[in-house]
Design a protein around this ligand. Structure first.
Ligand code: ASP
Ligand code: MG
Length: 423
């Protein structure tokens, strides 16, 4: 059994979905579990809808109408005016409307999951309907009945034992008497024991694929992308970016951790633990080789560049001139953990603890307020964090030249990696 994952870009419009069908045709003798994200930028659109639900309810109906038209237009392009997606669309939009007619709860993250999850429900329902009209028979499954998490909304923690049972009890019977076939389900979304919808974090569909592969002991996972494989830099910024053919799980998780948009960082652990190979391939050129990630690989250590913009550098100092020892550190880290602040870099001195993080005001504001109860907190916004993995003198020079009108606020390095905080 193989697990495939198609991200938003690979299902963004009718031609992309036709292309997906052609790829699946190629594998018609296989047992496939296909994990699909929301179409194109739908998740961002649903975040806008959620924002309207909270702050401008008068805009909600127009946004829903736009979302519906977007999906129904693609369905029409693929299957004609009268098509099997329409009644499903009617059903899903009735449910979405019901969700939006409920008052907001006191837990934003809970509201986020119950609404933003519709992106994947819509895309998979549409694509499954299309594939079935094309003779590519698929079984649609609701990922909320497969992947069980706790109720940490927007970042559900997987209950592996229950998930294992749910997945095996549902997917194995389907393949019992079939040498080939396709099970199609949503990435990103999951469910709690109380049947509430959760999500696994933005870009979490890769992780969904890995969870399913792990529980099914799949032969491999393939992530289909709009790039030829894992690149050593973002080609939009570094025109000389090259594909890395072979990587280890370790190397890949390091790159993902520093923010390379290769693969969701949580994806690697389940695959590593069962030694399931991960392929990253181009959906434009499915015949090309892509990147392969396994336990051991002949690593060519070329520099990889990861640039994260819109960072906030927070500096925390005790009010009474006491030094930052383990006690202060533990208080500060507890507060950061409580608000799930993502630490991208830490630097410590006698009197100041500094942390560089993604600038997400919603998450940071209450965190900073709590820190301010005990500490002097200063911040610097508009920060850029550049990481070079397998750096050398030339690659560091290249980055400094690229951002020559910015100051280096922090430079941190070890044998493999250098990080520069720029402003
Ligand atoms: N649709 C979700 C997102 O855009 C999950 C994913 O694409 O992996 O974050
Ligand atoms: Mg995506």
């Amino acid at each position: 059994m193989k697990v495939f994952k198609f991200g938003g870009a690979s299902v963004k419009d009718a031609p992309a979905i036709e292309n997906l069908k052609n790829i699946l045709h190629h594998y018609e003798d296989e047992q496939l579990v296909v994990v699909i994200s929301a179409m194109g930028k739908t998740t961002n659109f649903l975040e806008k809808l959620l924002d309207a639900y909270y702050h401008a309810p008068e805009n909600v109906p127009a946004l829903i109408a736009e979302l519906r038209t977007n999906h129904e237009t693609v369905a029409e392009q693929l299957m004609g005016v009268e098509n099997p997606f329409l009644p499903q669309s009617e059903r899903l939009f009735t449910l979405l409307n019901e969700q939006l007619q409920r008052p907001t709860s006191d837990n934003f993250d809970y509201d986020y999951d119950r609404i933003v999850s519709f992106g994947e429900l819509l895309s998979t329902t549409l694509i499954s309907a299309y594939l079935n009209t094309q003779g590519v028979e698929t079984q649609w499954l609701d990922a909320r009945q497969l992947i069980r998490t706790d109720n940490t909304y927007r970042e559900g923690h997987v209950d592996w034992a229950v998930t294992q049972k749910l997945v095996c009890n549902t997917i194995n019977p389907y393949f019992q008497n079939r040498t080939h076939g396709i099970v199609l389900t949503q990435g990103f979304i999951a469910g709690t024991a109380e049947n509430q919808t959760t999500t696994l974090g933005r870009e979490g569909s890769d992780y969904s694929a890995a969870i399913l592969a792990y529980t099914l002991d799949a032969e491999c996972v393939t992530v289909w992308k709009d790039v030829p494989g894992i690149l050593n830099a973002d080609p939009k910024r570094f025109p000389d970016a090259v594909k890395i053919d072979r990587l280890t799980y370790h190397e890949t998780v390091e790159l993902a951790y520093y923010g390379a948009s290769v693969i969701h960082p949580k994806t690697l652990k389940p695959l590593h633990n069962k030694q399931i190979p991960l392929y990253v391939k181009s959906f434009f050129h499915p015949e090309n080789e892509g990147s392969m990630i396994t336990k051991d690989a002949d690593l060519k250590e070329i520099p990889s560049f990861i640039v994260k913009d819109n960072q906030l550098l927070i500096s925390v100092s005790p009010r009474d001139f006491s030094i930052i020892g383990v006690e202060n550190l533990s208080i500060i880290l507890d507060v950061l953990a409580k608000y799930r602040v993502k630490i991208n870099l830490i630097q410590n001195s006698a009197l100041t603890f500094s942390v560089c993080t993604d600038n997400v005001p919603l998450r940071l504001k209450p965190c900073i307020e709590e820190l301010q109860e005990e500490f002097i907190v200063k911040f610097n916004d508009g920060i850029r964090l550049v990481t070079i993995r397998h750096y050398d003198k030339d690659s560091e020079k290249e980055v400094l030249a690229m951002f020559s009108n910015e100051d280096v606020l922090i430079r941190q390095s070890n044998r493999h990696t250098i990080q520069l905080v720029l402003k």
